[in-house]
Design a binder for this molecule. Structure first.
Ligand code: UDP
Length: 491
């Protein structure tokens, strides 16, 4: 046992377990990377599917091999290799994880507790809060558990306000589906009175059934967050301070450690080279770096960057509205279209994609399947980010100082979008997705509103830098988290 002791205490061994989505895995890998610097032993548990893709498309294996106290392990997600793993199958993914991974995870914890040799016994689990079974198991097996959430504090707070929303009869929305007025103000989310509307609540709230299984799940997750020893979130105090105060009334031991992508040293220390053709990132798709050369030839702040993350899927009609909106705006665009994001049956998807790719090229613009997003956002040619308002994308855009046009689709994206446009005033929201609106808003953000938005988001970017620098709140919280992890004694 002595070899596992440091100053009379057991060396901490953490197991980090993200939900197997790109955004969730990405931000947790960034957390792992920041924790590696402090010499903690870390087992990072990826789904088999994600691990294969991560190793295929990035230098993650080599990058993390710099730390002898880091290792990857994998677990089955229970889905076939060709499963879409998208928004429409999100709950299927969650259920499959629980059914398949839970028994395997139990065995893993038991084995890891008895670890000997080079690795100390497992002392703590940091798991994604959308997989509550992980925390239940940790408690049952008497392992310290910490919850990690990859979404905004503002969204988490709306989850906690579900009972108030029902008590105040603000949920479920009254009226037939077609007639529900989504602009009605919402008053029972403390801290958001005055700007929150029905349409800004998380998409899961749009149900008529108070016993909806998804609401039940959210309620159970809330309970778990209040009972767990600590909650870690990828945000920063200067961004979400007032809402974090509300959240702390439910979860006092809250560690805000964001923006994690900026705290992690990934890009600076990467060993990848353009010759190796793999990326210094945590991407599950192959990054098309040709867009960087293309951006190099564009004027400052002249390009619209558009990407809807890893899960969103859209049909032909929506795709055509985007296309005409972008083209009619007269601006150059760099558009990420994952081939699996076009929801059209048969081979029509490929035909449409080929037409859009060619049409963009003819107009001097560019369509790629997956981009090195952080690098793109930090390129001086990018003037605006047309985004689905996923939390990672939002944090990356804020840190890069790029104003946003938000077109939220599901989960936390609606409330993130409202904060971007109405609270932080660093972008505009598209309430309707039609070509005319897209054209007008792109022009507004790139022309009339440009200076004002660039100034506001520049201010937030500065605050983000302050939070992660020496003495800043995220840096201090990270140090506090590490101290906390080091002080765990095995029972
Ligand atoms: N991303 C990327 N390249 C792309 C599109 C997205 O690297 O072409 C990354 C992006 O930087 C972010 C993640 O994928 O870190 C998407 O996470 P987010 O929370 O924004 O959305 P989700 O995919 O979870 O809906």
């Amino acid at each position: 046992m002595e070899q596992h002791e440091l100053n009379g205490q057991l060396r901490p061994h953490l197991l980090l377990f993200p939900f197997p989505g790109q955004g969730n895995m990405n931000s947790m890998l960034n957390l792992a990377e920041t924790l590696c610097h402090s010499g903690l032993h870390i087992t990072f548990l990826n789904s088999d599917h994600n691990q294969q893709r991560l190793l295929r498309f990035t230098d993650a294996q080599e990058r993390f091999s710099r730390w002898p106290t880091f290792r990857f392990q994998t677990i089955a997600d229970g889905l076939p290799a060709d499963h879409p793993r998208s928004v429409s199958t999100f709950f299927e993914m969650l259920n499959s994880m629980k059914a398949t991974a839970e028994p395997l995870f139990r065995e893993m914890i038991i084995a890891a507790r008895q670890e000997s040799g080079q690795w100390p016994p497992l002392s703590c689990i940091i798991a994604d809060g959308i997989m509550p079974f992980t925390i239940d198991l940790a408690e049952e097996l008497k392992i310290r558990a910490i919850i990690y959430r990859a979404i905004s504090a503002c969204c988490l707070w709306t989850f906690f306000c579900l009972p108030r929303l029902f008590a105040a009869a603000e949920l479920p929305f009254q009226g037939d589906d077609d007639e529900v007025d989504m602009d009605v103000p919402i008053k029972s989310v403390p801290g958001m009175e005055g700007f929150l509307r029905r349409q800004d609540l998380p998409s899961f709230f749009r149900t008529k059934d108070p016993n909806d299984p998804v609401l039940q799940k959210l309620h159970a997750e809330n309970q778990q967050m209040t009972q767990v020893s600590a909650l870690v979130i990828n945000t920063f105090e200067d961004l979400e301070g007032p809402i974090l105060t509300q959240l702390r009334s439910q979860v006092p031991n809250l560690y805000t450690v964001g923006p994690l992508h900026a705290l992690s040293s990934r890009r600076q220390h990467s060993s990848s080279s353009s010759a190796s053709n793999i990326a210094a990132s945590n991407s599950l798709w192959k990054e098309d770096s040709s867009c960087m050369a293309w951006l190099n030839s564009q004027l400052p702040k002249s390009v619209v960057y558009m990407s809807f993350g890893s899960l969103v899927v859209y049909g032909k009609d929506t795709l055509m509205e985007f296309w005409h909106g972008l083209v009619n705006s007269g601006k150059l665009f760099l558009w990420v279209i994952r081939p699996d994001s076009i929801n059209v049956s048969g081979g029509e998807g490929e035909t449409i994609l080929a037409e859009v790719v060619d049409g963009a090229k003819e107009r001097g613009s560019l369509v790629v399947e997956w981009a090195p997003q952080e690098e793109v956002l930090n390129h001086p040619a990018v003037g605006v980010f047309l985004t689905h308002s996923g939390w990672n994308s939002t944090m990356e855009s804020i840190y890069a100082g790029v104003p946003m046009i938000c077109l939220p689709c599901f989960a936390d994206q609606q409330v993130n979008s409202r904060f971007v446009s109405e609270v932080w005033k660093v972008g505009m929201a598209l309430d309707i997705c039609d070509r005319g609106t897209i054209e007008r808003v792109v022009r507004d953000v790139m022309e009339q509103k440009r200076e004002e938005l660039v100034e506001s988001i520049g201010g937030l970017a500065k605050l983000a830098r302050k939070c992660i620098s020496e003495g800043g709140s995220s840096r201090c919280n990270l140090d506090r988290l590490i101290q906390d992890l080091r002080s765990i004694n095995l029972v």
